[in-house]
Design a protein around this ligand. Structure first.
Ligand code: EPZ
Length: 418
C-alpha cells in the first residue's frame, strides 16, 4: 500500500486551484439514475469515491464515464435494482442509490453498509422517511429490501436529526413521487443546495433547499442536465489550515468562500490575515496565532469534516483549546496519531483538550479515516524531521492530487508506491 513521506518545516507559498466538491458530486451522480437522458457534470474531482460511484452506476445499468474532470452518464440498459455488499462496503454514500431506484423502479435491495471508523452511521432516518412515503422495508440476509410497488407518495417528513444523506435520499426519492413532500429539519449544506439546483434543471420542483424546510412537488418524469459541481469547501478549509500551520502565504483559486464562512471567521479570530476576492482566497500568516475553541455542528455551524484539521492546528498554538465533536460519536481516531507526533492532547467524552507545544517531531503514523488523514499530513508538514503516513487510500477517497498540490506550494512531500 502507498505511503506519503513528509519532511516538515517548509512554509507553504504560491497558488493552487481547488477541486470540485466530493460531497456534491456523489449525490448528483446518483441523480443521473432518475432519467434516461444524457447527463453531463463538469468540475468533477479526481477521487477514488468518484471512481467507485461511476463503477457502481455502470453496474446498475447507467453507462457512465469520466474524462479529465467531465463525467457523462446515459442509459445503457434496464436498471438493476440490487446494490451488492462489495460495492456498498467501499463507500457509504452508496446508500444514495435507494432514493432514485425507488423512484424509478419501485424497489431496491441494498446491502447493509455496515459502520465505519468514525461511527456506526445508521440509516434509520433514511428508512423512516421511505416508510412515510409508502415503502415497505424488509431486512434479509444482510440486505435492506425496499418496495414501493405502487410508487412513492409525497408526505410530511420530520427528521430527528438534520442528516445530510437522508435529506439527499429523500430529495432523490420524492422528485418523482405522487404529490408533495416536505422535509422538516432538513440539512442545509451547500451540497444539498447544489443537488436541488441539478434536480430543478432536470424538471423537478424543489424549493427551500438550504433552509430547514424543503418542499418537493412530484413530477411525472425528469430530463438530463449539464452542471458544474460547486467547489470543495472541505478541501479549501484544509489548505487554509495547512497555510496557517506552516506560517505561509497562499492563494486558493476556484473557491466559494461563502460556503466556509465560519472557518474563515475562526481563522481570522485566531490571527490569520485572509483576503477574499470573488472566487479566490489569500491566506497569510502574519503573527503567532491564538488558540480558539470549536464545536462541530450541522451547517452552517463548524463542519465536523474540519474538526481533525483544526485540532492539528491547535496542537502548535501556544495556550489551551477545546474541540467538541457533536455530529459523530467516534471521530477522534486522529488523536492518538497526533500524540505520536508529540501533541499534548487528551480526550474526555466528546471533548478534546489541547495544550499547544513548540514543536512536533516526525514519526510513522497511520490514517484511520479521510479527514484524520488530512490532519496527519498537516501535522507532518510542520513536524521536525520525517513523518511517514500509511493507509493513505483513505486520503485518495477525498483529496484530489493532495501531494502534488502541497508540492506545488513548496512542501517536501512525496508518495511512495509500495
Ligand atoms: C455526510 O455524511 C458527508 N458525506 C460526511 O463527510 C459528513 O461528515 C456528514 O455528512 C456530516 O456533515 C457525504 O456527503 C458523502 P449524516 P452522512 O447523515 O450523510 C447520524 C467526508 O469526510 N445519522 O449527516 O453520512 C450519523 O450516524 C464525509 O467527506 C443517524 O443516526 O452524514 C452521524 O452521527 C465523512 N441516522 C450524524 O447523523 C441516519 O439515518 C451525521 O450523519 C443518518 C445519520
Amino acid at each position: 500500500m502507498d505511503k506519503i513521506v513528509v519532511h516538515g518545516g517548509e512554509r507553504l507559498h504560491g497558488s493552487i486551484k481547488m477541486s470540485g466538491s466530493k460531497n456534491s458530486a456523489l449525490p448528483i451522480l446518483f441523480a443521473t439514475l432518475l432519467t434516461n437522458d444524457k447527463c453531463k457534470m463538469t468540475n468533477v474531482p479526481d477521487l477514488a469515491d468518484i471512481k467507485t460511484t461511476i463503477d457502481f452506476l455502470n453496474f446498475i445499468g447507467k453507462k457512465t464515464s469520466k474524462k479529465l474532470n467531465i463525467v457523462i452518464a446515459e442509459e445503457s440498459s434496464k436498471l438493476n435494482h440490487i446494490a451488492p455488499y462489495d460495492l456498498v462496503r467501499k463507500m457509504r454514500a452508496s446508500v444514495l442509490v435507494m432514493g432514485p431506484l425507488l423512484a424509478r423502479l419501485g424497489k431496491v435491495d441494498v446491502s447493509l453498509p455496515g459502520g465505519c471508523a468514525i461511527g456506526a452511521r445508521p440509516i434509520d432516518i433514511h428508512l423512516e422517511a421511505f416508510k412515510k412515503m409508502g415503502a415497505t422495508i424488509e431486512l434479509k440476509e444482510g440486505y435492506i429490501k425496499i418496495f414501493a410497488e405502487k410508487g412513492l407518495t409525497g408526505a410530511d417528513i420530520e427528521f430527528r436529526f438534520a442528516s445530510v444523506g437522508a435529506t439527499e435520499n429523500v430529495l432523490l426519492a420524492s422528485v418523482l413521487a405522487k404529490g408533495t413532500t416536505r422535509i422538516i429539519n432538513a440539512a442545509k449544506e451547500p451540497e444539498i443546495q447544489d443537488l436541488a439546483v441539478v434536480l430543478n434543471e432536470m424538471g423537478a420542483k424543489v424549493s427551500g433547499a438550504g433552509t430547514a424546510i424543503i418542499t418537493i412537488e412530484g413530477v411525472e418524469s425528469l430530463s438530463g442536465f449539464c452542471h458544474s459541481i460547486i467547489s470543495d469547501r472541505i478541501e479549501t478549509a484544509t489548505y487554509m489550515i495547512a497555510t496557517a500551520m506552516t506560517k505561509g502565504n497562499v492563494t486558493l483559486t476556484n473557491v466559494q468562500p461563502e460556503h466556509l464562512q465560519i472557518v474563515i471567521d475562526k481563522l481570522i479570530e485566531s490571527g490569520l490575515e485572509i483576503k477574499i476576492s470573488n472566487n479566490e482566497i489569500n491566506i497569510k500568516w502574519v503573527k503567532p496565532l491564538k488558540p480558539i475553541n470549536i464545536k462541530t455542528e450541522i451547517y452552517p455551524g463548524f463542519p465536523t469534516d474540519i474538526q481533525a484539521q483544526w485540532m492539528a492546528l491547535m496542537c502548535l498554538i501556544q495556550g489551551n483549546s477545546i474541540v467538541e465533536e457533536t455530529v459523530f460519536e467516534n471521530r477522534f481516531l486522529h488523536v492518538c496519531e497526533l500524540q505520536r507526533l508529540g501533541a499534548n492532547i487528551k480526550i474526555d467524552g466528546k471533548n478534546v483538550y489541547i495544550t499547544g507545544v513548540d514543536n512536533l517531531s516526525g514519526a510513522p503514523v497511520m490514517v484511520s479515516d479521510l479527514r484524520a488523514g488530512a490532519a496527519l499530513v498537516l501535522a507532518g508538514l510542520c513536524a521536525n524531521g520525517k513523518t511517514e503516513i500509511s493507509r493513505i487510500y483513505h486520503l485518495d477517497r477525498g483529496y484530489d492530487s493532495l501531494e502534488k498540490k502541497f508540492s506545488k506550494l513548496g512542501a517536501n512531500i512525496r508518495r511512495i508506491k509500495e
